[in-house]
Design a protein around this ligand. Structure first.
Ligand code: ZN
Ligand code: ZN
Length: 295
């Protein structure tokens, strides 16, 4: 998530998946400043998630293309869309239709375990340290949450903007990820993350306002609260798994191997989540999925 989890990077991928791939088109459709857009595009090129090449119409103009690495973010985009549609409703979002060409049905994406084909849920996962387990040694950074709200992005292709708004910040994403491991208290989050206390306070407040956490009193004197995932927060799990799997495959994993192993309790196997069709339960491939935005 350190590589691609920034709000603007997630928005850029969303546009490129829809075929919007020139600088000017992106700038216009995302309502982003030239400086921010060019900074993020350069970053995504430097980590191998975008490459510049002539457009397919044979022109000389250079546009941004997905790479083998970024094409695999597709699963997480499907999970993001499924979450967004479950918890939000607006005419544009409701008009989105996904058709699975293999079975011919309109479907909703679900994440299932490759081992047993059960739907993946946070409560069914056990975490074991992998061979590359280590402490988080990243620098303490105090980057502020981007003040520009994703809600103001004009693009109608931005179909999972609420998810991006919530997770598109390195700290909110990290805090939610830790809560899937059972962490609930301020001090627990603080000891696991290289984060300043005022920033952590700010992010927890934001996540409560967004309905991802419920703030629950667990001690009367002195008053102490803990942060529990709501149904809406819990349902982000497949998106996190898809990003985790992507990171294990494409980002710098320690030489020794993956830092963490997820065990799917219903089948006892190491979890490998796959994006599947709600109708035929088949695994979804990008070329078998037809998107329509209504009109
Ligand atoms: Zn399983
Ligand atoms: Zn299907």
């Amino acid at each position: 998530m350190d590589q691609i989890g920034d709000k603007w990077c997630l928005l850029i991928f969303q546009e490129v998946f829809w075929g919007i791939n020139s600088f000017n088109e992106m700038k216009e459709t995302m309502g982003v400043s030239r400086g921010v857009l060019s900074d993020r595009l350069q970053w995504l090129e430097s980590v191998g998630c975008l490459k510049k090449a002539p457009d397919r119409k044979g022109g000389k103009r250079l546009v941004y293309h997905l790479t083998p690495k970024s094409i695999e973010i597709y699963d997480s985009a499907l999970m993001a869309l499924a979450w967004e549609r479950r918890f939000f409703s607006n005419p544009e979002l409701d008009a989105v239709e996904l058709t699975h060409k293999s079975c011919g049905k309109v479907f909703s994406p679900q994440m299932r375990c490759r081992g047993c084909n059960w739907e993946v849920q946070a409560k069914d996962i056990e975490y074991k340290p992998g061979p590359g387990a280590a402490r988080d040694n990243r620098d303490k950074k105090v980057r502020r949450r981007s003040s520009i709200s994703v809600e103001n992005v004009p693009s109608k292709r931005s179909v999972y903007r609420n998810l991006i708004n919530i997770v598109g910040d390195r700290w909110t994403a990290n805090v939610i990820a830790l809560s899937f491991h059972g962490l609930r208290r301020f001090d627990q989050f603080h000891s696991e993350l290289p984060i300043a206390t005022n920033i952590l306070t700010d992010r927890l407040k934001f996540l409560v306002e967004e309905g991802i956490f419920e703030k629950v009193l667990y001690l009367e004197r002195p008053k102490r609260y803990e942060y529990r995932l709501t149904e809406k927060g819990d349902a982000l799990y497949p998106w996190f798994v898809s990003i985790l799997q992507w990171g294990d495959k494409w980002c710098d994993t320690p030489e020794k191997g993956k830092p963490m192993r997820l065990v799917h309790k219903p089948c006892g196997l190491t979890l490998r989540g796959q994006a599947t069709c709600s109708e035929c339960k088949g695994v979804l491939r990008a070329k078998d999925v037809e998107f329509s935005l209504g009109d």
